[in-house]
Design a protein around this ligand. Structure first.
Ligand code: SF4
Length: 464
């Protein structure tokens, strides 16, 4: 199975909001989640405090369909969280949709999670043996089970002990009674920002959501930091020492929206640097040139611009994208997948005819989609097609919230770039090298590159 994008799968996005006085929290959550729709399109949901209890609504589907009902009337509240999901762990079932809401000996808790816990097997076996009953197959539920078992009277103490037992990627937002909490794991795999405006505090996976509420006063939640917001104000607790920061470099390469700031960087500008690095490499290796640089829309847009500027070659849109097809629907047969790509991407013959083309995309997974795209461009009359990827070759799976196929399925484990070019019908294929990628990142040592080099920052169980 493969998405019609041929991309590695997204993961999730989270939102939290706290207001000192009552406002229409569900309506705000709708707009904030809408801004994060690109992070997960399989299910979504919200939870908010209504009088003295937490109410939640979630379903399979997109934000506008599932949560559109919250635009129709005023629902006064002071605190809420929301989630969009792509099922990296546990599958696409309603019981795995978030936020998860429980009532336990610590009070009422609602939790939304972006990431993947990497030591779930061991924790689940332990909790199961001790009598826990699971309602979902999601790793997020384990956090709630573990937390409720602890006998601490102090909630943040119990929460800290819980978090220290969990390994891997977690950016969390949580309602606990009248308190909103935002948490980022000690490696800082996934982004989490928080900001304030007019006394209202908002947590969001990306700054593009904060922009919706015109929040300009924000910062990233630090790796290993827990931020607690309630009537007494905002407190920061560093619950774990962050000895090794490993932010997911793929957030910058592909996942995040180009108008977001992630890990302190403008996503669009970093992608342009990656494209420029590809252009420099081509120049230094004597590549004979081209007439046109074009992106695979939208994932290659920023890098293609960077390539074109650095190489001094005109940028143009030789492919247009039909935005009404969705981003990640599944096509079961190769024929249907080809039709889906053709339905989604359309070449512009007047731009491409007779041209030598540099085609820029962010990454290559199985190569199936790239083969169809190259074919489309050739059918529109292009004389040469040179594919450039603004990431290194993907050779390893991810255990931290990204859906990457098995090692055998990854095309870069099957052939080198020359063979790959022949396989997809391109004149040449070139990837951004890891050292060039590092050259585009000011704090290059603070990133995870494990899907390129297999150097995982914590213990993982590789099965393939
Ligand atoms: S393995 Fe790759 S996708 Fe996963 S966190 Fe590391 S850089 Fe990101």
């Amino acid at each position: 199975m493969e998405t019609c994008d041929g991309k590695i799968g997204h993961f999730c996005g989270v939102i939290g909001i706290y207001s000192p006085s009552e406002i229409n929290i569900p309506e705000k959550l709708f707009f904030l989640l809408f801004a994060l729709q690109h992070r997960g399109q399989e299910s979504c949901g919200i939870a908010y405090r209504k009088n003295d209890r937490i109410v939640a609504y979630k379903d399979l589907g997109m934000v506008s369909t599932v949560l559109g009902r919250y635009l129709s009337e005023d629902r006064p509240s002071r605190i809420g969280i929301g989630h969009v999901r792509y099922s990296t762990s546990g599958g696409n079932k309603l019981e795995n949709a978030q936020p998860m809401v429980v009532s336990c000996n610590k009070g009422e808790i609602a939790l939304a999670h972006n990431g993947n816990i990497s030591n779930t097997e061991e924790l689940k076996a332990m909790l199961f043996a001790e009598g826990s009953i699971f309602q979902s197959t999601s790793d997020t539920e384990l956090i709630l089970h573990y937390l409720s078992r602890l006998r601490w009277k102090d909630f943040t103490g119990a929460l800290t002990e819980t978090l220290l037992r969990f390994e891997g990627a977690y950016s969390l937002v949580m309602i606990w009674n009248q308190t909103l909490i935002g948490i980022r794991d000690p490696f800082g795999f996934r982004p989490l920002y928080y900001g304030t405006k007019d006394g209202v505090t908002v947590f969001a996976s990306e700054t593009c959501a904060l922009d919706i509420l015109q929040i300009t006063d924000y910062r990233g939640v630090e790796p290993g930091e827990m931020i607690i917001v309630d009537d007494s104000g905002t407190r920061s607790i560093h619950f774990a020492k962050s000895e090794k920061i490993r932010q997911c470099v793929f957030e910058l390469i592909y996942f995040a929206r180009p108008d977001s700031h992630i890990f302190g960087h403008s996503v669009h500008l970093v992608r342009k640097h990656m494209g420029a690095a590809l252009a420099r490499h081509d120049r230094e290796s004597g590549f004979s040139g081209a007439d046109l640089v074009l992106p695979v829309p939208d994932s290659g847009n920023s890098a293609a611009l960077g390539y074109a500027e650095e190489a001094g070659i005109p940028f143009d849109l030789g492919l247009t994208r039909n935005h009404y097809t969705g981003r990640s629907f599944i096509m079961p047969t190769p024929g249907q997948r080809e039709l889906a790509v053709r339905m989604k991407l359309h070449p512009i013959r007047d731009i491409l005819e007779g041209k030598r083309v540099i085609l820029v995309d962010d990454s290559l997974v199985r190569g199936t989609t790239s083969r169809i795209i190259v074919e489309l461009i050739r059918e529109a009359g292009a004389r040469e097609v040179h594919l450039r990827l603004s990431s290194p070759e993907i050779k390893w799976p991810c255990f931290f919230g990204i859906d990457i196929p098995t090692r055998q399925e990854l095309i870069s484990n099957q052939m080198d770039p020359q063979a790959l070019a022949r396989h997809i019908g391109a004149d040449s294929v070139r990837f951004l090298e890891e050292r060039q990628l590092c050259g585009c990142l000011p704090e290059a040592g603070d990133f995870c590159y494990a899907c390129f080099n297999g150097d995982y920052p914590c213990k993982v169980k590789i099965q393939n």
